[in-house]
Design a protein around this ligand. Structure first.
Ligand SMILES: C[S@@+](CC[C@H](N)C(=O)[O-])C[C@H]1O[C@@H](n2cnc3c(N)ncnc32)[C@H](O)[C@@H]1O
Length: 214
């Protein structure tokens, strides 16, 4: 199956499998950003037992603070010290801060789940060093959200990406899957995010990769 071969796919949620056996979940078509948050909460609940002893690190995000508190999960937020000066990504801070490249945790400190949702394309010079360090501090899972692209995507999507993060690095699905496995973070499951304003419903513009730690 090639990701995006979905011309006959319904707008409702459905699933299929990559050749390597990993599962692809096509989320329902929606424009509600809250749906992604609800889905991520469901992933967190599924992965992390709510016994008060589990730890999550959210790099570049702050969306799951109250949810984790309710579930008895320790939730650590890490972001740049100040908002980026360019682009439309916004600033989802409020927790720890760092220089954007070197994670500020002592050797041996780990988190059960590290979330990097829609962050790495903003960190053009730092994405690979961050991934390498995430592999070291993630004990069980890593969840990575990304905006996808390719040279055959519509020019309007390239324009959107440039406005979203001038100088950002946007990759294809194939590139992300290979990169993640090269970093020892093979994809277990992929969630395809589909929006009503997707330029071409047959293509994938955004997705989340749930990775295990080798
Ligand atoms: C589009 S927002 C994503 C927010 C949230 N994770 C979500 O899923 O909605 C991008 C975030 O990445 C942060 N960011 C950019 N470069 C970063 C870096 N090198 N390290 C950590 N966070 C970074 C920005 O400050 C912003 O909070």
């Amino acid at each position: 199956m090639s990701l995006g071969d979905q011309n006959d796919n319904p707008v409702e949620e459905h699933e299929c499998f990559h050749e390597d056996g990993s599962r692809v979940v096509y989320l329902p078509v929606t424009n509600r950003i809250a749906d992604r948050k609800i889905r991520t909460q469901a992933i967190i609940s599924e992965l992390i037992a709510s016994d008060g002893g589990e730890r999550i690190l959210d790099i570049g995000g702050n969306e799951y603070q109250s949810f984790c508190q309710e579930q008895g999960i320790e939730y650590t937020m890490l972001n740049l010290a100040s908002p980026q000066r360019t682009g439309t990504g916004g600033y989802h801070g409020g927790g720890m801060t760092y220089d954007g490249r070197t994670l500020p945790f002592p050797a041996g400190e780990t988190f059960d789940l590290v979330i990097l949702n829609f962050v790495l394309h903003h960190a053009a010079e730092n994405a690979l060093p961050i991934l390498r360090q995430v592999k070291e501090i993630a004990a069980r899972y890593v969840l990575i959200g990304e905006d996808l692209t390719g040279i055959d995507y519509a020019a309007s999507w390239h324009d959107r990406n440039h406005k979203h993060q001038p100088g950002g690095v946007f990759r294809s699905d194939q590139e992300w899957r290979l990169l993640l496995s090269m970093f020892g973070l093979p994809v277990l499951r992929q969630y395809v995010i589909r929006r009503e304003d997707d330029v071409d419903p047959g293509r994938v513009y955004r997705c989340m990769y749930l990775c295990s730690v080798d």
